[in-house]
Design a protein around this ligand. Sequence first.
Ligand code: GLA
Length: 734
Amino acid sequence: MPIIYHQQSQTFHLYNQSISYLMKILPSHDLGQLYFGKRVHDKEQFDYLLELAPRPMSPCYFQDDLTYAKEHIKQEFPVLFTGDFKQSAIDVEHGDGNHLLEFVYDHHCIFQGKEKLPDLPATYCNNVQDATTLKIYLVDHLLNLELVLSYTIFENLPVIARNSYLKNHGHDPIQLHSLMSLSLDLPDCQYDMIELTGAWSRERHIKSSPLREGMQSIASLRGHSSHHFNPFLALKRPHCDENDGEVIGFSLVYSGNFLMSVDVDTYHVARVQAGIHPATFQYELKHGEAFQSPEALIVYSHHGLNVLSQNFHTLFNDHLIRGHYKGKSRPILINNWEGTYFDFNEQKILDMAKASQELGIELFVLDDGWFGKRNNDHSSLGDWFVNLKKLPHGIGYLSSKIHQMGLQFGLWFESEMISYDSLLYQKHPEWVLQAPQRHVSHGRHQYVLDFSNPDVVNYIEEMMVKIIDESHLDYIKWDMNRSMSEVYSMYQKQGRVYHEYILGVYRLYEHLIQRYPHILFESCASGGGRFDPGMLYYAPQTWTSDDSDAIERLKIQYGTSLVYPISSMGSHVSAIPNHQLKRLTPLSTRANVAYFGTFGYELDVLQLNHDEKEMIKAQISFMKQYRQLLQFGRFYRLLSPFEGNETMWMVVNDQQSLAIIGYYRTLQEVNVGYRRVRLSGLDEQKLYIINQQEYYGDELMNIGLVISDESCGENHSDFGDYRSQLFIIQEKKP
Ligand code: GLA
């Protein structure tokens, strides 16, 4: 049992082979944080870790003990106004408007396995032996509030999953202004904070800066987790690199407004918190009502960032992603968006499908423009019935024709949105999130439906079900193309809207995946505006970015790989000149980047010449041969596009008998020397073959693979920018 409670010292020790988490019930009856990090031996008590020292200006809990101040005792779930002066984990307003709280330990329970979080995405066990859970019940006796802190430690992963829950047993209603999913006091601040930041078409670039005294935070107030800040941060020791050193990753399993912060005090204690953003959140809890926070994850690595990422990948692949496609390689798709935009008709789609099928493609996805009277982005969101002008025989006919070709068929939806120019808006203008007498901001000529209202969600569900049944869909791309502004609901108390909206999205997803377990969902929000663990619980893959340029994708996919599995990254080969940048990249490089993802094409196949078709056929058969390894192998980053002209990464199978390296050179340089790049993840003892040459694993990992201009398979006549090369590493069988 990896959770021990030491009765005498009232100490909890959660541990497995790699990590320990220690906390205790303090003399003031609240919870103190003692340690989180690499596994330590279990023992009865660790009380020497309590910082008991008299200091001027610190309010003390006991009248006669000037050493016991909450300011200096690391808190497990700090509350306001108690003499702890850093960021609090909970904020409740009650009675005459005061915010005073005093949560004391009441009881706890420990059990094998992990509970489901009602209505929220969360990690899960495949069997009860996978994890052990501790729930600690705290009570505010004056208000009769119950606070439950839940901790799950996974048996074979350095992961702790946390959530918090507040229930009002008191007579009077309270206003809940904030309930963080986790709070963790680390005893020093010698860390660099890593974030994944960006904007539309340049999502999840890796940024790192040393912690400083004061508050530092990332957040979204856009109604979705956002292109701008991902709900992830990591604290790494300054010398930690991809292969060595200590790093702690934090991730919030949530798709709406969030706040993740590190509050460093002048004693250099670093308090990390993650949860729903308090600025757009207020819940009144009446007698008997409760609020459940989303789940937050703490993931540890003592062996650098690659292992941290691999731990996240394993956790998400094995304990978050669900359904038919869990652990399964993904169909090679073609999406018509960049090939046609809104300009298509039935014949064009059928011709494209036929040509795609001949290339070996497995799934045809019809993107935006198939419904209502939609010929541009001005109309029809909300009218989820087929556009008979474009598809005169209906969606069922089109789908059956495509199925007859031996292809799967998928459709694009943007279920959460509405156009003013739609039948739905004529019928239900009150379903839009906007205030009647206030200015309305516009975004892509579309507005956000009030998904906090179950009637709206039910109505959209009915329309989607009809289309899905009619067209026997195999795949759905679920898009969301505007950030929310002037959010006001005609249905809901305003402080609840953002969160109830996300719950509405989750509910619709859950209904659809239960009803259609075979459908592959790909989430999307103008590319990667909602690439978060919450979405992965419902949709095993996400359209990584609207930027389909291979060179831009190096940074986007490299950054995304820090947290999210390769199998979750939607990646397509698109046409040149690239539509976002006008850049010209070789077809081989476009595929060499897209292989490290779900893989597909996004271009007009009818425009391809003979040579391109032959190349694409070869690419598709390569992907079919290696996709299980590419999508689910152990992934290592070797050279960073954020640090130089070259990018390199590799995947290795479990047996360490097969690996694939992707090597990419952004600009051609002149007269450069040979470089040696050390590989990772191989077996030192094994003999491997790369391009007919033999190398031992230790050689490749200690001396390195030699990279030269010739590595890109070029002779001097076809030097150039944006070149790349794959290396297949195969164990030599005796
Ligand atoms: C968003 C998506 C694109 C495409 C368009 C359609 O921008 O990210 O992939 O589906 O919408 O309007």
